[in-house]
Design a protein around this ligand. Structure first.
Ligand code: GRF
Length: 194
């Protein structure tokens, strides 16, 4: 069984789509959802999906290696960030090289970096007058939104689109593609192993 751990800080709609995608799988399981936000919608969704939840605070995450150790002990194959708002600690990134992926709601390298999350991204795209936006799925490294790109998909943006309109189009792309791309990344990890 391959194990995926999801990190999420918000509503968790992507986490839910990912969990649903793998719910019938006999060789992949979502073993845990971890969150820094006790009020996050993802926690309710996890309960309904019968997936265990682990909550942590800033001190535990950045001043200890407990999360890293737990993920190593649980033999986690892939860490998937689905709306996780904090930078991953260096020890965690080093313990899981090329095994942490993230989704960003724009076409990186545009509209990425610190402070570029959620609505800020879609507002920036609308303000720039860009004719398209989309999603970027990428490996996670020590900088926000700078790891190697795995997959991008685009959607058209018209001059009359509001940031909310763009958000809806981008979210549809996320739900459509993220689970399948995760499955592909997992399959390629399996191929890489001796
Ligand atoms: C998504 O737009 C994702 O790209 C970004 O955070 C958002 C999470 O949404 N990283 P949800 O919590 O999965 O609904």
């Amino acid at each position: 069984m391959k194990r995926i751990v999801l990190f999420a800080s918000g509503s968790g709609s992507n986490a839910e789509k990912i969990a649903e995608y793998f719910s019938d799988s006999s060789d992949v399981e979502i073993s845990l959802i971890v969150s820094n936000n006790p009020k996050a919608g993802v926690i309710d969704r996890a309960r309904k999906l019968h997936i265990p939840v682990l909550l942590f605070d800033r001190t535990l995450f950045y001043n200890t290696n407990k999360i890293t150790q737990l993920l190593i002990n649980q033999d986690v194959d892939l860490i998937v960030l689905a709306g996780f708002m904090w930078l991953m600690p260096v020890d965690l990134i080093r313990a899981f090289p090329a095994k942490i992926i993230n989704i960003h709601p724009a076409l990186l390298p545009k509209f990425g970096g610190k402070g570029m999350y959620g609505h800020f991204v879609h507002e920036a795209v609308a303000a720039a007058g860009d004719v398209e936006s989309g999603i970027t799925i990428h490996y996670v490294n020590e900088q926000y939104d700078e790891g190697q790109i795995i997959f991008q998909a685009t959607c058209p943006v018209s001059q009359t689109d509001t940031p909310d309109d763009i958000a809806r189009k981008v979210q549809a792309l996320e739900h459509m593609h993220y689970p399948r791309v995760i499955a592909n990344v997992l399959a390629s990890l399996t191929l890489d192993q001796p």
